[in-house]
Design a protein around this ligand. Sequence first.
Ligand SMILES: Nc1nc2c(ncn2[C@@H]2O[C@H](COP(=O)(O)OP(=O)(O)OP(=O)(O)O)[C@@H](O)[C@H]2O)c(=O)[nH]1
Ligand SMILES: [Mg+2]
Length: 403
Amino acid sequence: MSSVWSFHFPNMFLWRLGQGMTAGRSLCNSQRIFTVFVQVSVQRTYASKQSEKKKARAFVDWRRVSVEGGKGGNGCSAFIREFGRPFGGPGGGDGGSGGNIVIKANKRVKSLAKVKSIYKAENGSPGRNNSCHGKNASHTVIPVPVGTCIKENGNVVIDLERNGDAVVVAHGGLGGKGNQFFLSNEDKAPTLATAGESGEKCVLDLELRTIAHVGLVGFPNAGKSTLLRAISRAQPTVAAYPFTTLKPHVGIIQYEDFEQVAVADIPGLIRGAHLNKGLGHSFLRHIERCCFLLFVVDLSVREPWTQVDDLMYELEIYQSGLSSRPHAAVANKMDLPGTSEKLTLLQEHVDMPVIPISAKEGRDVGMVINHIRELYDRDMAQVANQKGETENQSHKKTVLLEW
Ligand SMILES: Nc1nc2c(ncn2[C@@H]2O[C@H](COP(=O)(O)OP(=O)(O)OP(=O)(O)O)[C@@H](O)[C@H]2O)c(=O)[nH]1
Ligand SMILES: [Mg+2]
């Protein structure tokens, strides 16, 4: 606030000065534009300097929502009474349909913070006399981030994996029928009109799982955020205390052939994370979507290989098979003294490729980038193979059917 006041003062001052000047008006306007520009930039700087804690508070990755489709409008019971048509027959229109509730993935939405806990779609309008049908209600769209998984009673309903993916989670009720609908040879003057149906109702759990090819997994302070900063343009906060990162950050590695690989910096895990120790296991959810994992190990601790064992254990407890995704270890902080011996011991203890680097100095981070590309290409080739196989199989099936 103080910054805003300090920029107002010269503005006022110049305005007074401009009163007595011939060119006062134009000076004043340009000064005002300048002030607005400065205020905006001050606010922007303030926003970018927000603490990780505040950013994390605004980041919500789980929400329970109650959704209800709109009720259909009631049908109308009325008779046409016009000049020259005193008994014009039934003329009650149908009610309009209630609105649906739609959940849609939008790449501009970054968290579930703005998702409300209750949604009720609009009701359809009732039918009217003179055969007027009620208006259908418009649908209610809930924008969610790409990567949102929708669950009902613990079962996955749908995964919104791409921008624009949408699903109707609660249909609106149909409108009721007006009495003109019931006109028949047997009944020329029906008075019956039906009420609109109620909309569907359900309670859903929305879970956001970060979509990235690579997940940086490691103990707090291992240097995951420093590594992400070194290999991409992402700017997660780095500090010398544990649990600096409180929400996942995604950075993109740009390769020379324009291929892009997304890397996620996951908040630090510790032994017992599955028992809700540290930041708990809620962030393990974000690892589920990663195709391969990089275990970032701090070589400055006494027995760094225990970190790898603990991380593998936590992943396996959370979801069996998670620890057997393609992985490698990144031995960080190689610039510190006494780390070369620990690196040899680490290589002996673990059964995976180990890449020694110093993320802080940017030493050998290129090796990490290359290794990520290798894993990525291997994964792509595998996916292409699987696709080819399924296409072959479907071709075989069609051939069999023709035969
Ligand atoms: N000497 C040295 N220090 C490093 C290196 N990489 C990271 N650090 C330091 O280690 C500390 C923690 O780094 P971060 O990148 O915040 O660690 P993190 O794994 O993201 O930690 P959390 O967010 O708490 O999980 C910071 O003080 C870094 O400067 C390195 O290669 N060498
Ligand atoms: Mg961090």
